[in-house]
Design a protein around this ligand. Sequence first.
Ligand code: MN
Length: 255
Amino acid sequence: MRILLTNDDGIHAPGIFAAKNALAALGEVFVIAPERQRSAAGHAVTLHKPLRISSLRLSDGTEAHAVSGTPTDCVTLGYEIVMERNCDLVVSGINNGANLGWDLTYSGTVAAAFEGAILNLPSIAISVTAEDVSADKVIFSPAAAFLANVARQLLSDPLPSHSFLNINVPNCLQENLTGVEITHQGRREYVDKVVASQDPRGRPYYWLAGSLKEVNPDPGADVHAVLANRISVTPVQLDLTDYRALERLRGWQLS
Ligand code: MN
């Protein structure tokens, strides 16, 4: 069993340790992550400059590979170069921060699992739903234990082709989790996304931030599950087609 482990929080992210230690019981773990924080990189790939892979050791002595590109680049280089196309499982995480609802389209964590799904490898994105907390306040151990369990079952009972799991674990102690829910992708919107201010030379600058728009999430959605302190497991596929709109579009006079 050969496992590709990446993490968009960068090669030194504590979530990598937690995932690596949990996955070590299943097989050989290859740690390949961006050399720096690349959260919200989406599914970006680096096409217009060379990429480098630097070998290094993590603070616990684990051999690891830092890549000068994006999380998606890490999966591509990890699979093609480091693992020489011999890989059984792709894991992205454990991320510091939720990856729920519409945020999946921004997420570097989820994009790495998308890339695993494009390679048609069993893939998992896993996150702890900590909101704006430093890494030392994130409780990774329940997510790590859950990851090992899910990975075993995913390998023995694979998903349909080009599909992966997006897992979100509430940031709390194991005893405060209230269960596991199989969910669909919900909605997550932000308000006040742009903060405008002035630099010391009087020129305007803009800071993208925003706060979550208050909505009542629909039952069964990932957002709803984690609010109730349940672990959310969503099967995700690559096909973004809006099937509801197909028939209507066929009625347009386009030809
Ligand atoms: Mn991240």
